[in-house]
Write a protein that binds this ligand. Sequence first.
Ligand SMILES: NC(=O)c1ccc[n+]([C@@H]2O[C@H](COP(=O)([O-])OP(=O)(O)OC[C@H]3O[C@@H](n4cnc5c(N)ncnc54)[C@H](OP(=O)(O)O)[C@@H]3O)[C@@H](O)[C@H]2O)c1
Length: 335
Amino acid sequence: MPTTNRQWKLANRPTGLITPDVLQLSETPIPAISDGQALARVKYLSIDPTMRIWMADVPQYMPPVQIGEVMRAFGLAEIVESRHPDYKKNDKVSGLTGLQEYVVISGDEKRAFQKVPSIPFLSDVNFLNLLGINGLTAYFGLLEVGKPQAGETLVVSAAAGATGSIVGQLGKIHGCRVVGIAGSDEKCRWIKDDLGFDAAVNYKSSDWKEQLAAATPKGVDLNFENVGGPVMQAVLDRMNLHGRVVVCGLISGYTKQDPGMASFAQVIIKRLRVEGFLILDYASRFLDAGQKLGMWKMTGKLKTRETVVKGIEKAPDAINMLFQGDNIGKLVVEL
Ligand SMILES: NC(=O)c1ccc[n+]([C@@H]2O[C@H](COP(=O)([O-])OP(=O)(O)OC[C@H]3O[C@@H](n4cnc5c(N)ncnc54)[C@H](OP(=O)(O)O)[C@@H]3O)[C@@H](O)[C@H]2O)c1
């Protein structure tokens, strides 16, 4: 068994994308575990836009990662040694593993790690996307906050991403006309042809605003916003009276000093109900949501896709991929 644990530590706070000075790869001995602890080897690291927020010293929903700390990250890990009554060798767990190869799980952190059951139609990565943060965010954000009604027009941005791709499919399950906005023709083809979205708009094409207008002939009743910036502005301009905007994320601003949101005034003009939410608030209902999401996956109503980057050394580049649109579906690093 290897004796060293490679870890990415936060060395400097980023100002834009992740530059080579931001994260530092260090090696440390794999710690010996004591009674009540288990050692797990990380198999997959979940690469999430919020990691860029965690790196910044700005007000946020969790404490920022401190300089010198192992970078915070969700992951899926396999127990390799256990002196904890609840875990045995080869058990799989998901939770905040950190951007590293090995993690020690202590009894007092039990709630932070979920045991991953073996279910034939679910892959390991499905516990990071469909049954992890993305599926749960899509489920509660769309169904609880957005409350989609059959026949409504739903527009979702970052529609070929981990969260947006599930939001759109949930919108179809609930009878909406679903329009996705994504950054390439390949992504647009995937969400339309494979996932069943009614229309897809590539916001990088020159006539995308005309395409958006054509795809939303009755305006937009519900916007599930993942992006902000010019994409959100164009959707806000298409909102119907008393429409709803679920502000899930504003990724276009995460690497910028001044994200700029001029059309936010439409919220007042059109009397929109704009509601932010955080997935953490729904923790007590994750199990119920997971069962429903799993059922839709099993019956073929929900599809998932992954972009897999191999090797922990590629983790910083992988984080940047999110901001450059280089992922389709869930982005993970395989160790
Ligand atoms: N509120 C919550 O509790 C919660 C929980 C999880 C995630 N989120 C938010 O949900 C959003 C999606 O997260 P995810 O994990 O599912 O990531 P993702 O959608 O899989 O990946 C991010 C995608 O955003 C798009 N993007 C990046 N920069 C953009 C820009 N400037 N303009 C337009 N599109 C851009 C890219 O696709 P294109 O090729 O289409 O540009 C990229 O693939 C993020 O804003 C995230 O912060 C919120």
